[in-house]
Design a protein around this ligand. Structure first.
Ligand code: ATP
Ligand code: MG
Length: 608
């Protein structure tokens, strides 16, 4: 049912194309069915020794029909092939647009290789979903027209012989009923195996550095061998059933020809049937063989398509976790004079692109419970004013990343709210909100592109000056200048050719280039040396004086700079205050601070 609705939704938007294809199918079937009729005329004319004129007229009609058949057939096939390709693109685009809006839990549930398979292999025109949606359906429409027209003409010519000729039909119906479910289950297994292979490759190549570091190439080879072996077995299994079914169809229809020759031959000898009609009947059996086969396969392919459509709707049914409220507020864009600090440039009116927001960020009793009842955050309250820096500290897994991921709404709190001045972030459009926030995640990710494009990151409102400023504040410029191509330097797959620290600073420059009003740094200063970090804070203060900064760090130098430090333990804020206040308390913060300092010292000693 779901399959039919899905297909119906697609064709509802393409009514004209569908009508054209149906019309072409009818035309094609009419021409194909008319052909044996004129063949019959020619042969009967020959046996009756009719005039040359009659014979040649019928032969000419045959030639014309042949040509018409060629024309109609090519236009019809061409349109179908073109539609298949367009559907392939449209479906991929539609799925991609849907997937890109989904939240992280979707990507935890569906593995990357699986998603890629569903978007490539499942949606290829090679007898997969797009093929079925157009060619599969309209081949069947054409086949049904052929069978109906053919049968009508046959019955009118000779009902008894028609009955004999279509005798094997019930056997065919029994066969495809029996085989359809066998084909479906095998097909489903095959698509899963293909996903497994792609998953294995994705995991192996994206983690190639870890594979190499541990010398696990052999293990990966073995794993790959296993998945492709399983895929091969599933493929053979599916092909075997398909081939058996196919050959049975073809073979059974041979009976049709033989029966027509036997029964019809007897009628010709008895003089109750003309030779022309016998020949026409034989031609009709051949005309009907393929459409009958097509109708049979339609059921089998329909089952397959059902599997593929379910694989699509599985993903389409997932709703984005983070949704905008109806009529969300959008913040007006402002002309900013940020940047005046670096190059002394005056305010640039064309630099509009950053939402106007001046004010405080406030967490009000924010709690987070993950499905399953695990409480990750427990009534978190704090406020940061423009220009202030707040630091979050806490042990591994204490909920620090969860707190900051709520600001750009990567996660929504289950209780409480997050306010920007008097507006809850939930009420803002995601576009406005995310333009306000510059986020450097714990694990920065770069794309295989130039440094400049990695910093700009498809935000067309970011100017070249913004990029340079971002790179300068992130202390990246000196290093970029060393590269022969500067900002144009291409970085390899996930930034292989640049160092870990540079990678983090590209991610930082990406956040800064957007002139954020709220800057979030998730433990990203760890790979900077103390001097670079001090310069980073100075630059930040100078260029973005009113920016709210929230940083997760255990570095002494960072913590000492923070206006407020929040200490998280199991999702709850257990201590808050400035460094001096908390250090004097000699409680949780003090321990963490000393540990951090110790680590830094050890690290420095090792470095020397
Ligand atoms: N999507 C999720 N589903 C279930 N639990 C999660 C999810 N994301 C995080 N958690 C859990 O929430 C807790 C807090 O995670 P979070 O990433 O906020 O910790 P953190 O303080 O940033 O740790 P770290 O210092 O290691 O970065 C962890 O126990 C983690 O297992
Ligand atoms: Mg974290």
């Amino acid at each position: 049912m779901r399959t039919i609705k899905w297909l119906f939704d697609i064709w509802r938007k393409k009514k004209r194309l569908a009508t054209f294809l149906v019309f072409m199918s009818i035309l094609n079937a009419s021409v194909a069915v008319a052909y044996p009729l004129f063949l019959r005329e020619v042969i009967d004319a020959l046996t009756e020794k009719a005039s040359f004129e009659v014979i040649s007229r019928n032969v000419l009609i045959l030639v014309a029909l042949g040509f018409a058949n060629f024309l109609v057939y090519s236009v019809m096939m061409g349109t179908r092939a073109w539609t298949n390709i367009r559907l392939e693109r449209d479906l991929r685009q539609r799925m991609f647009e849907h997937l890109i809006r989904l939240g992280r839990s979707f990507f935890q549930r569906f593995r990357t290789g699986d998603i890629v398979t569903r978007l490539t292999d499942d949606l290829s025109t090679d007898m997969k979903l797009p093929w079925f949606v157009c060619s599969g359906i309209f081949r069947t429409v054409e086949a049904v027209c052929m069978v109906v027209f053919g049968l009508v003409v046959m019955v009118r010519l000779n009902p008894t012989l028609t009955l004999a000729a279509v005798g094997p039909l019930p056997i065919l119906i029994v066969i495809f009923m029996a085989t359809a479910s066998a084909v479906q289950s095998r097909y489903e297994r095959l698509q899963k195996r293909i996903s497994d292979v792609n998953d294995h490759m994705e995991a192996c190549f994206s983690g190639i550095r870890v594979v190499k570091a541990y010398g696990r190439e052999k293990g990966q080879q073995r794993g790959f061998h296993e998945v492709i072996e399983r895929r091969k077995r599933a493929e053979i299994d599916a092909v075997r059933v398909g081939t058996i079914v196919q050959s049975m169809y073809g073979y059974i229809w041979q009976f049709g020809v033989v029966i027509v020759l036997l029964v019809g031959g007897k009628m010709v000898m008895d003089g109750t049937l003309s030779l022309g009609t016998l020949v026409a009947f034989d031609a009709y059996v051949l005309v009907l063989v393929f459409p009958m086969y097509d109708i049979g396969t339609f059921f089998v392919m329909g089952k397959r398509a059902g599997v593929l459509i379910r694989r699509m709707t599985d993903m389409e049914d997932v709703e984005p976790e983070i949704k905008e409220v109806p009529n969300p507020k959008t913040l007006e864009l402002e002309c900013t004079d940020a940047g005046a600090g670096v190059s002394g440039a005056p305010a640039r009116p064309e630099s509009a692109g950053v939402p106007a927001f001046h004010g405080a960020l406030r967490f009000e009793n924010v709690s987070l419970v993950f499905p399953g009842g695990r409480k990750i955050l427990d009534r978190v309250n704090f406020e940061v004013k423009p220009g202030e820096m707040i630091a979050l500290v806490g042990r591994v897994g204490s909920g620090k990343s969860s707190v900051i991921n709520m600001i750009p709404r990567l996660i929504d709190p289950t209780e409480g709210r997050i306010m920007l001045n008097s507006t809850p972030v939930r009420e803002l459009s995601l576009e406005s909100l995310r333009r306000l926030v510059g986020c450097v995640p714990q694990e920065p990710l770069l794309f295989s592109d130039t440094i400049e494009n990695n910093i700009r990151f498809h935000r067309d409102w970011i100017t070249d000056d913004d990029i340079v400023r971002g790179a300068e504040v992130a202390r990246l410029m000196q290093e970029i200048n060393v590269f022969p191509e500067g900002l144009e330097t291409k970085i390899g797959q996930r930034g292989v050719t640049i160092s870990g620290g540079q990678k983090q600073r590209v991610a930082l420059a990406r956040a800064l280039a957007g002139r954020p009003k709220i800057l979030i740094l998730d433990d990203c200063t760890a790979s900077l040396d103390a001097q670079t970090e001090a310069a980073l804070w100075d630059g930040l203060h100078q260029v973005f004086p009113s920016c709210i900064t929230i940083v997760i760090s255990h570095r002494a130098a960072t913590l000492e700079k923070a206006n407020l430090i929040l200490v998280l333990e199991r999702g709850a804020i257990v201590e808050r205050g400035t460094h001096d206040e908390l250090a004097a308390k000699k409680a949780v913060y003090h321990t963490l601070y000393e540990l951090g300092k110790l680590e830094e010292e050890v690290g420095r000693d090792w470095g020397q």
